[in-house]
Design a binder for this molecule. Sequence first.
Ligand code: NM2
Length: 547
Amino acid sequence: MNRKFIDWPTFIAAFILLLAVVIPLVIYPEAGTEFVNKLNDFVSGNFGFLYLVMGLGIFFFLIFVAFSQNGHVKLGEKGEKPEFGTASWAGMLFSAGIGSSILYWATIEWAFYYQGPPFGIDPNEQQLEAIQWASTYGIFHWGPIAWAIYTLPAIPMAYFFYVRKTPVIKISETLRPLLGKNSDTVLGRIIDVLFIFGLLGGAGTTLALGTPLITTGVTDIFPLEDTMLLRTIILLSVTAIFGISSYLGLKEGIKRLSDFNLILAVFLLIFVFVTGPTLFIAETTTNSIGLILDNFFHMSTWTEPLANIEGFNETGFPESWTVFYWAWWLVYAPFVGLFIARISRGRTIRQVIVGTIIYGSLGCILFFGIMGNFGLYLQLTGSFDVVSVLNEQGAPVAIISIINQLPLARFMVIVFVILSIVFLATTFDSSSYILASVTQKEVENGEPERWNRLFWAFTLCILPLTLMFLGGLSTLQTASIVGGFPLIFIMFLLAWSFMRASTGDLKADDKFRPKTVVLDYKSIREKIRLRRLRKKEKKNPKNNDEE
Ligand code: NM2
């Protein structure tokens, strides 16, 4: 192990911050949980709108960049082809950015909306609307805006990597055009630590959801009881898997696991689509896409403004769902952005933006469309009452019971559990890999130190493990909202930094077209006349001679 490469201030500060959260929670579990919940309510209740504005803002910013001159900039050399083919690029992107949570939410999210629909719809009186929104809103929460949040940090990072050729791994480094020398001071360190802290929160949310799901699956397959001990063993085993994958590195570990992940995921989706209600799935998904397109702006800005006024019913839908989701995507964004940047060599900025948003959203549409509508179909036809199971026994049991309704149920539950583990591992191996990179000053041969990667793999599970023992795992499900708050401002800075750097470079290289175009029609007319004349001359050279 080589200690000289470690960026000790960042490393220690991030670790201390983690302990500062974990230790009080261990000493004062009840007061601690209450405090976290209050903080959560405070942030999402008062600043929820900021998350929504940020989401829509990022989406439009990226569309603007994609079609501006900055979007034409290639992330690489002249004539260089993309390092990865589009299919494997899209596959890796998806595996890194999406963890086991997609199996969780794609299968069950509809059941929450079915009972508590958006826009003040009464689930009993307006059942048709409630059902349509139930199968639609999940796709929106995992759709273009969400993927845009992932893409934003990727753009400046990739630009600095491949165009300016600074081997940047840190957010503070990407903000250098704005921060200048401050990137190397306390301010730069704070920014890096905030990113790490955010990711620990997001990862906590993922593990807090993933562990009970995997445990429920395991107890369904084997005659075991769902106990704290089993959950702990499962959490530690999963951590060991992603620890090993991260330890083995990008090619030996991470890529292999990600390939396996995709094959298994495609198998599950095709199986459910073909053996399940194929036509219903196809029709409902198509309908949902239309509903989203029709209501895109309403959905992305719905804050339920009257909720604070007495006499009006408050559903809390925006805070519990859209705000929570944007925050959760946000805390993962710097890490996924870094990963996207690494695999995008040879593409143009426009290709990265359009590709990530479209392929990412398409992948999620498939999961939500197929898994979600399969469950919804069971509910609507009365063949299995998912909602009652959800309400009585909780989401993990409801999800595994849905899978149990498939043909070859036993086998499919095994596939589902393995897939959950692998999906979790493919996100966490890359997270610990990236966490190791950002806590180093230098990365030798492009890879961070092995022991550092292993350290972060286990650190990622400290928070969920502690909370599990305290019985407060649910607190962590919303840890993203608090962890992500400072990142809203960092996202803004990242966008600004990119525009400043790339536009400055384009201008300095005389490749920037001025924005305002002044047309002098008189001289244009003259030019047109001359051109026509020349054309005529070319056609009939003889006539001209005669003239
Ligand atoms: N996102 C995509 O838990 C996971 O699947 C990782 C979750 C941000 C909702 C990411």
